[in-house]
Design a protein. Structure first.
Length: 141
């Protein structure tokens, strides 16, 4: 399941209010159970939709501790690093996502959350990882 980090469109006032209610609700759930993966995913996405990328990043880091082998968790964490302008960490985390099996390269090269890191020289390492992963899949077929 891809839990997209950031929706880039402007929210209506009603959507902002609904988002605030959902965030408060999810924060309560996470306070009671900090290991509730689905609540952390929703809360991280909600924070990003609000534009609170630092809080979204905290949720992504917590998810990575809880799901250390999940490539989608690492992909979303890389998006968080990119959105908080931690470009080297974003590239390293994208590489880790690929190492864990992330293969949606079409999204990776178009995702607006990763625009910062794609413009940086560190992205060359990620491109090389993608190339090697594509070759491995091709040779395995």
């Amino acid at each position: 399941m891809l839990n997209k980090v950031c929706a880039r469109r402007k929210l209506t006032r009603r959507e902002e209010l609904d988002l605030d209610v959902e965030i408060q609700f999810m924060e309560g759930i996470v306070r009671r159970d900090p290991r509730f993966v689905e609540a952390l995913q929703v809360l991280g996405t909600d924070y990003a939709r609000r534009g609170d990328f630092s809080s979204s990043l905290r949720m992504g880091e917590q998810l990575a501790r809880l799901r250390p082998n999940d490539p989608v968790v690492y992909y979303n964490l890389a998006c968080n690093y990119s959105l908080t302008r931690q470009l080297r960490r974003a590239a390293d985390t994208l590489s880790q996502a690929i190492d864990r099996g992330y293969r949606n390269f079409r999204l990776l090269v178009k995702d607006p959350d990763l625009a910062n890191v794609r413009k940086h020289a560190v992205f060359k390492r990620v491109q090389e990882k993608m190339r090697v992963a594509k070759m491995a899949v091709h040779h395995a077929s």
